[in-house]
Design a protein around this ligand. Structure first.
Ligand SMILES: [Zn+2]
Length: 350
């Protein structure tokens, strides 16, 4: 009883903390409202932010009472439960786990982790997991408050798939590190190694399976990389120019010899907004370099890109899948997602 009381008190403190930060606008990377503050800009009015924080906090508290009262069965020596933050990480992890473990994704197909709004069911899903796979580098800006809302004694191993990779950073910018490492399959090799090691830590008996599956998947990633190099060679070198909605394709561009001319939203997160000066600067850059296409993720709002396209006579491709898999074709696996995106980019620029 004392433990439940303590848990309730700590949750109330968490909610008060979140609400106060919402009022004061003191955003930190660890809070639900972080995305709006990522580049020091506020996308939504403070009142809307405040409302969102209060609603989500209330939902989390409701879920917390639900779990504390025992409505959700506690795991007791059953099958290993592995949860990945998002769909492409779940697919990569499933390839390593094979038939031994069923891997779930916290976010549904099509959800953009940059702007994801957590729901009470997410607290329950995390509370039931033994191993949680994250991308890391603040890609999952929604996750800390969900982890804080867990029951005491509900512990799990957390693996950041990007651990050990040196991130890109924008010189002279207030931004943190670029989290979009999965868009270079060579970096996903490190994801696989980190995830394999995490699985072995929670299930040592499966080590042989995880190692063999990881090796087989790394071979597939190397083939994918070779295929992308071949495809990109179809594009004349002078046309290997990328304009994106936000700065998602930096690692991809570095690996495959593209120049990123600019981004509609000059941020590593889609959950930000450009200033008029930044828009004007991008229009100038597109005209100067003669960039032919602006590439958007299917989940992106294309209003600003359309405005820039109208002013520069540049075409918009708005059906890439950069942040999520699709439930069926064309991007139902990580490898299919990469092949689809590369095919769209090559068709547009060749
Ligand atoms: Zn992104």
């Amino acid at each position: 009883m004392k433990r439940i009381f303590n848990l309730v008190i700590s949750t109330l403190i968490l909610i008060m903390n979140m609400s106060l930060r919402g009022v004061l606008g003191l955003c930190r990377s660890s809070l639900l409202i972080t995305g709006d503050c990522f580049v020091g800009k506020t996308k939504n009015p403070p009142r809307k932010d405040m409302l969102r924080v209060v609603v989500i906090s209330t939902l989390i508290l409701a879920t917390f009472f639900l779990t504390a009262c025992g409505s959700v069965p506690k795991r007791s020596g059953g099958a290993l439960r592995v949860l990945a933050s998002t769909t492409f990480l779940a697919d990569i992890t499933q390839n390593i786990a094979g038939d031994r473990v069923k891997v779930d994704s916290l976010l549904p197909f099509g959800a953009d982790p940059h702007s994801y709004q957590a729901a009470p069911v997410d607290v329950v899903k995390i509370s039931k997991s033994d191993l949680l796979i994250l991308n890391g580098l603040e890609y999952e800006s929604f996750i800390k408050s969900l982890l804080d809302a867990q029951r005491a004694g509900s512990e799990r191993m957390i693996i950041e798939a990007t651990s050990g990779i040196s991130p890109r950073k924008d010189a002279g910018s207030e931004q943190g590190a670029d989290p979009h490492m999965w868009l270079d399959p060579n970096l996903v090799v490190t994801y696989v190694e980190n995830i394999r090691d995490g699985l072995i830590k929670v299930d040592a008996k499966g080590a042989g399976t995880y190692k063999a599956n990881a090796d087989a998947y790394i071979a597939q990633l190397k083939s994918l990389d070779a295929w992308i190099v071949e495809q990109v060679n179809i594009i004349p070198p002078g046309r290997r120019l990328l304009v994106t909605n936000h700065e998602a394709l930096g690692y991809f561009a570095e690996r495959y010899g593209f120049e990123v001319t600019g981004s509609v939203i000059p941020s590593f997160s889609s959950n930000a907004a450009p200033s008029a000066r930044e828009m004007a600067r991008l229009i100038d850059a597109i005209k100067k370099i003669n960039a032919p296409i602006i590439f958007l993720d299917v989940a992106d709002n294309n209003t600003l890109a359309q405005q820039i396209g109208d002013e520069t006579n540049v075409r918009i491709i708005d059906d890439l899948h950069l942040e999520s898999l699709t439930s069926g074709p064309p991007a139902s696996t990580y490898i299919d997602m990469m092949k689809y995106n590369v095919t769209r980019i090559v068709e547009a620029l060749k």
